[in-house]
Each structure stands twice: as C-alpha cells, then as structure tokens.
Design a binder for this molecule. Sequence first.
Ligand SMILES: Nc1nc2c(ncn2[C@@H]2O[C@H](COP(=O)(O)OP(=O)(O)O)[C@@H](O)[C@H]2O)c(=O)[nH]1
Ligand SMILES: [Mg+2]
Length: 253
Amino acid sequence: MPASSPTHLVLIPSYNPGPKVLATVRAARAQWSPVWVVVDGSTDGSAESLTELARNDPGLRVLVLPQNQGKGAAVLHGITLAAQAGFTHALTMDSDGQHPEQLIPAFMAASQATPAAMVLGKPVFGPEAPALRVNGRKVSNGWANLETLGMGIGDSLYGFRVYPIAPLIQVMQGTRFMRRFDFDPEAVVRLCWAGVWPINIDAPVRYFTPQEGGVSHFKYLRDNVLLSWMHTRLFIGFVLRLPLLLWRRVASR
Ligand SMILES: Nc1nc2c(ncn2[C@@H]2O[C@H](COP(=O)(O)OP(=O)(O)O)[C@@H](O)[C@H]2O)c(=O)[nH]1
Ligand SMILES: [Mg+2]
C-alpha cells in the first residue's frame, strides 16, 4: 500500500514525455497517494493514456493544459489547485523516468519533520550522465550559492524536491519569470530569499539513451541563454537584498 497524505502530494509536470511516462506515474503511485500529473499541452497522446489510467485509480489525478506553457507554469497550475484542495506541500518530479520514485517517502518524511524548509534532491550521477549536463550545472550552482550568500543549496537544477506550497505560490505571483526551464533554479533562490531554508538529500538521477526511451526537451543554446538571463536578474535581486541577507547571516550565528 502506498503511503497517503492529506497535506503532501506528488506533482508531476509532463510535456511530451516519451514512452516511460506510464511506468513513471505507476511507480510514483506505488509509493504515494495522491499523485497529480499536469499534462502541459502534450501532443503525443499521453493526456489520453494518463486520463485512462486515472479512471480506475482514485489516488491519481490528471490535469490537462490545452496549450504548452512551460514547466514552471505547469507546476504553478498544479500547486494552485492543490492549495485550494488543502495541500500544504508538493514533491515535484519529472515524468520521463529519470527521477528516483523509491525516495518519495524519505523526501516526504523529511518535509513532514521540517515543514518550513524545502527538501532538495542532490543528484548522484551514473557514468552514463552527459558531461555537458553534469558540468554545466556547476555554473548554475555557483551562482545560486552566491545569490543566497551560501544558504546551502546543494543543487539548483534538480527537479526532484519538496516545496512548501504557500511561499512558492507567493514567490511566483511576484514575478512573470520562472514559467519555463528557469523554474527550478529561480524557485530555490527566491525561496531562500523568502526565508525558506534548504535541506539536501542525495538522490540518483538516470539518463536514458533515445533507444531506452530517453527524451529531453532541454535545448542547450536556448535554455542556457534563458538560465544566463535568469542569473543576471537574480544577481541584481541579490545586490538589492544584500543587507537583509547579511543581517540574517549574522542573526543565525
Ligand atoms: N522542458 C520542458 N519540460 C516540461 C515542460 N512542461 C513540463 N515539463 C516537464 O518538466 C520535466 C523536465 O523536462 P525534461 O525535458 O525532461 O528536462 P531534462 O530532464 O532537464 O532534460 C519533465 O517532466 C517534463 O515533462 C515544458 O514546456 N518544457
Ligand atoms: Mg528529463
């Protein structure tokens, strides 16, 4: 029996996820109830197959956005409805089989023990992980730790994490960014600024070849331009908040 919670749900944003989506959602459901999937304007028939799966499973809810809006927008759609339904925390994970669904209970337990914090997955890469993705994130992590004055972000990009919903909605309502691939790093930095401290837990990440059913919508040039622009505006935000961050640093000693 999967663990079930009235406060913590699993939220899976999904955009043309490839052949692993049904197995991924089933594996998440085997660990947790409820699981919600936000189908983000997918054109691959996954909305239909997931809706069919949910028909016989009261622990699974499928929300369908008619047009693609981006990962952050899909998460915002899900957490807004989740908050209305009384949930306080959401574990986000990808729909393409890359994330360790067996760790859902441990991440939820960490969040339940410290509800004011966010619980961040710290990726443990296998030998198959592309060097470009492994090394590229070091740049984003360096910036994120500078922008938060070393509040302890283990990884800025990994989407396997538990967010407290109310501060995340508040942070997202305050900006028109964070709607696409800039969601994960901007969310951790802005939540740190809002006083939500990170807890880091190691979590393996899997990379699949296209033959194994691996799909990625990460576009190296487009998304790195998006991330560079994101860190530029976060750096400006950091400079403006420097007195607050320094004061908090001193006060926490
Ligand atoms: N890239 C992208 N992912 C989206 C979008 N909407 C939802 N997602 C989901 O966000 C997650 C991460 O996307 P993915 O392409 O796997 O990125 P990668 O794992 O970093 O290569 C997956 O679960 C996607 O299905 C979108 O518009 N673009
Ligand atoms: Mg992926």
